[in-house]
Design a binder for this molecule. Structure first.
Ligand SMILES: [Zn+2]
Ligand SMILES: [Zn+2]
Length: 282
């Protein structure tokens, strides 16, 4: 990115990086969608969290909003590189300035910092006063990989607002931010996949149970008052915001073919119901 700013104007560099970022999203979400929804849906259908299939019109809206997100994210990243050139941030461009161990540590720390930031920013956006900016993302009650970056522009800014604050305090190499953006894309696609890919005993495993699953975030899209976490389950666990139906629905989905034979109920959960099998039609 520094190279780009050395050779192109800010606007040209933004156009180029925004386009590349958007193409990366199209490629990752598109390939995943093709595999799970077009080529091999029969193979995975027993792991489909909601048995309905998404509507084409909604997917078009998601792809459109993701374009805004790509250009907002890259504008912020480029802005930080520009500020670094002016000497205002603690970004470092030469990897040898700090040890490899430090670089790896910052990559891992970024994931945990982002997870905490996301949980609280997400809860704030669910406050009735702020929900308008998060509403776009919740239009998809049956998410697909295309939902991953479907944000209102203000939400897109909020999503990574912690990064510009961090770079003034902690020495970070841009590659660690690139790593975070890659991790975010992969995890968002997993969370919005619409299919459960984790093993049946995930919620009873002493370590794996702390990783959020596709079902966890899918339930958040079905009824928005639970499951605010992104990568990990720590904050939902501490704050008591895990959906009380999480285990029951997860076990139903991961029973797979057996559950299919039992004609697993396939409509979204009622928003207000405490009964996990109490569903509503759309
Ligand atoms: Zn979502
Ligand atoms: Zn939400």
């Amino acid at each position: 990115m520094k190279y780009l700013l050395d050779h192109y104007g800010f606007f040209q560099a933004w156009l180029l990086t925004g386009t590349l970022f958007y193409l990366r999203y199209l490629l990752a979400a598109g390939l995943t969608f093709l595999v799970f929804y077009q080529f091999l849906p029969g193979k995975f259908m027993h792991r489909k969290i909601q048995q309905r299939l998404p509507k084409g019109k909604r997917i078009f809206e998601e792809i459109k909003h993701s374009l805004y997100t790509a250009f907002i994210f890259t504008a912020i990243f480029l802005g930080l590189i520009y500020l670094q050139k002016l000497g205002y941030t603690r970004l470092y461009m030469d990897l040898s300035e700090h040890s490899t161990a430090y670089f790896i540590l910052t990559c891992i720390a970024l994931i945990f910092i982002h997870d905490t930031y996301f949980y609280w920013a997400h809860r704030l956006m669910h406050h009735p006063k702020f929900f308008a900016i998060h509403k776009e993302h919740h239009r998809s009650r049956n998410p697909t990989p295309w939902t991953s970056f479907d944000f209102h522009p203000v939400e897109a800014i909020l999503e990574i607002a912690f990064v510009p604050v961090l770079v003034f305090f902690i020495p970070l190499h841009p590659a660690s931010l690139f790593f975070l953006s890659f991790w975010l894309l992969v995890w968002n696609i997993v969370g919005h996949l619409g299919y459960e890919i984790f093993p049946k005993n995930q919620l009873d495993h002493p370590i794996l149970k702390w990783l959020n699953t596709s079902t966890h975030h899918n339930l958040h899209h079905q009824r928005a008052n639970y499951n605010f976490g992104l990568y990990f389950n720590f904050w939902d666990h501490i704050m008591g915001t895990n959906d009380p139906c999480y285990r029951e629905v997860y076990e139903s989905v991961t029973r797979g073919k057996q559950a299919k034979n039992e004609q697993r109920i396939n409509l979204p959960l009622k928003k207000t119901s405490k009964h996990c099998l109490d569903r509503e039609g759309i």
